[in-house]
Design a binder for this molecule. Structure first.
Ligand SMILES: [Zn+2]
Length: 128
């Protein structure tokens, strides 16, 4: 049982630059960002503030911390690996990406809504 980030519509609109094209509840990761977005996470293509859906291959600016019953680290790595493979990224990076995501949200409470600002992921709002 591990804590992961899933796409959520919660708190959408809190920032003018919000968008939500993912499927609610799908696992997300943080994809590599382009040069434009490194200058300003609210401009560019939107990758500087995005979480990317592992299944939909679409993106959202809001993600929720969720403890998923029955999901092991190995399952998580495999989900990331297959998504990377499907999108032409190096699937061999999956264990490293999984562990960095797990580490990132390790201390956050279940139900916390987070946003991504370039190299930071920060809590936006807590829901009961
Ligand atoms: Zn971009």
């Amino acid at each position: 049982m591990i804590k992961v980030l899933v796409a959520t519509a919660a708190t959408q609109g809190a920032r003018d630059s919000d968008y939500h094209w993912c499927v609610d509840g799908e696992l997300v990761w943080i994809a590599p960002m382009c040069a434009d977005d490194w200058l300003d996470p609210d401009r560019g293509c939107g990758c500087g503030r995005a979480f990317a859906g592992l299944n939909s291959h679409r993106a959202t600016t809001t993600a929720m911390v969720r403890t998923l019953e029955g999901l092991s680290r190995d399952d998580y790595v495999e989900a990331i690996r297959s998504s990377l493979d499907a999108q032409g990224y190096d699937g061999g990076l999956a264990p490293e990406i999984a562990d960095s995501l797990l580490e990132l949200i390790h201390d956050l409470p279940d139900g916390a809504v987070v946003e991504h600002r370039l190299e930071y992921v920060q809590v936006r709002e807590r829901t009961p």
